[in-house]
Write a protein that binds this ligand. Structure first.
Ligand code: NAP
Length: 285
């Protein structure tokens, strides 16, 4: 390992990473806690994860966040996987345990933590998850581990729903009426992303809002915009909504817990992300 003086270095690897909020969120936590770390972003081309992990070992990088397209490749490059990362065959966090590199997946646990922050306990809950991509899979896995009673998976492409439902014994492929029956409904698709509620039509909604009901918890993993048209419709119906920034911030806090040994205060992390999103929204195009 290279000799290095100065602050410890953590980074996100992915491609593209230019628009990642991770540097803003992580640096806000380090700075507010007086932790002498810097966090940066490396655009690493598809297929080059092995070199990136070698560089982490050589340079002694203190921690890595991993995003598309490297999550599965990194799962094969670390020395050991935590259970969620093994189940998902995907790593979003690399940390050190002595001389070993450990791969974790904190997205799903971050989602459960964002619900807990809002006072929502998933234990014994009936949950409908719309979507079956990477985000949905991490959420299904974490809901199962956290003791959800029933997880129904609805997705445009049926065979992906079937694959995702194998992640937990509590999960099965759902039907539309499961959305109404559920205590918690999650949009884990990209539907609604980048569409301001004022300009949205029915194709920008994760499901027909008529399927939602008062008293439900409605969580959207989309965080740009922070309030999607689907969430706004859910509020009108009398549901309680949870935005996607909670998951993003809490998965980052769980990464720092692995790097630093303690979980940071998420308030400055969220505040920094909100400020950055607002700045991007107001930036001239
Ligand atoms: P992904 O792996 O590409 O999966 C995309 C999902 O969206 C699939 O289920 C896909 O269905 C569905 N979908 C896309 N367009 C659709 C349409 N027009 N109608 C119906 N379904 C559609 O993406 P991902 O990584 O899971 O990300 C999904 C969303 O979650 C993104 O908006 C992402 O920004 C967000 N996300 C948020 C966080 C957070 O921390 N808040 C973390 C990760 C991701 P098919 O299978 O039928 O294609």
């Amino acid at each position: 390992m290279a000799q290095h003086t100065g602050p410890r270095i953590a980074a996100v690897i992915g491609s593209p990473v230019a628009h990642s909020l991770s540097p803003v969120i992580h640096q806000a936590a380090f700075d507010s806690a007086g932790v002498d770390w810097v966090y940066t972003a490396f655009d690493i081309a598809r297929g080059s994860a092995e070199e990136a992990i070698s560089a982490m070992r050589l340079l002694g990088l203190a921690g890595l966040s991993v995003t598309m397209p490297h999550k599965s490749d990194v799962a094969r490059l670390v020395d050991r996987l935590e259970p969620a990362a093994r189940a998902l065959d995907a790593v979003n966090t690399v940390s050190w345990d002595g001389d070993e590199l450990v791969g974790s997946s904190t997205d799903g646990a971050g989602f459960v933590a964002s619900l807990a922050e809002a006072g929502v306990d998933v234990t014994d809950a009936r949950v409908a998850v719309i979507g079956a991509g990477g985000a949905a899979r991490s959420v299904i896995d974490a809901l199962g581990r956290a003791g959800a009673a029933d997880i129904t998976v609805l997705n445009r492409t049926q065979d992906r729903a079937e694959q995702a439902a194998t992640l937990s014994p509590a999960a099965s492929v759902g039907i539309v009426s499961d959305v109404t029956r559920a205590d918690i409904v999650v949009n884990a698709t990209s539907v609604g992303m980048g569409v301001e509620p004022g300009g949205a039509t029915s194709v920008d909604m994760a499901c027909d809002p008529g399927l939602l009901r008062a008293g439900q918890i409605v969580a959207d993993l989309v965080y740009h915009p922070l309030e999607t048209a689907w969430m706004r419709a859910a509020v009108d119906i009398g549901a309680t909504t949870i935005d996607g920034l909670g998951m993003l911030v809490h998965q980052a806090a769980l990464q720092q817990e692995r790097w630093l040994g303690h979980r940071p205060d998420t308030a400055p992390m969220r505040a920094a992300a909100v400020t950055e999103l607002a700045a991007r929204r107001n930036a001239p195009r």
